[in-house]
Unconditional design. Sequence first.
Length: 178
Amino acid sequence: MTKETTPPPTTTTTAPTHEPPSQPASPLAKRTKPNTDNDKMSTPAVTSISAPLPPLFVKKLTDTAQAPTRGSAFAAGYDLYSAKETVIPAKGKTLVDTGLAIAVPEGCYGRVAPRSGLASKHFIDTGAGVIDADYRGEVKVLLFNFSEVDFAVKQGERVAQLVLERVGFSFSLPLPPP
């Protein structure tokens, strides 16, 4: 009985091909290349996949309060500013006054988020960051200092971001006994 042998595989030196990130059957729209005329990058147009949010109403409670601002058209949140100087002790926490009352639009809540620069450079993070749509008191920002040194917050310094997020409402029902 003779044993059949297979020839050794042949190697080719063709360059690998690049597969696009989205396959032809993908329901997602294809990305378009940016306009590179005159070596300038164009800024994409602001678009929304949902209805625009109502305006954010802000009331200054002190003379030193600053209205929230957005750094650009694509910024996810509004910058919140400190209304007065304060110190966050090393390994401690402090409530920072903004001097603002904010009316979050109905159907939304305000999420107080950290600023990436404060977090990465100074180990400053936020806590307790939910502002309900019916809250009308002063917005204060709870900041934690995870570093070994005190951190001085200057009046007018950006301390956090306010991101408006839509919220779904439901009701609860008791579970039947097992």
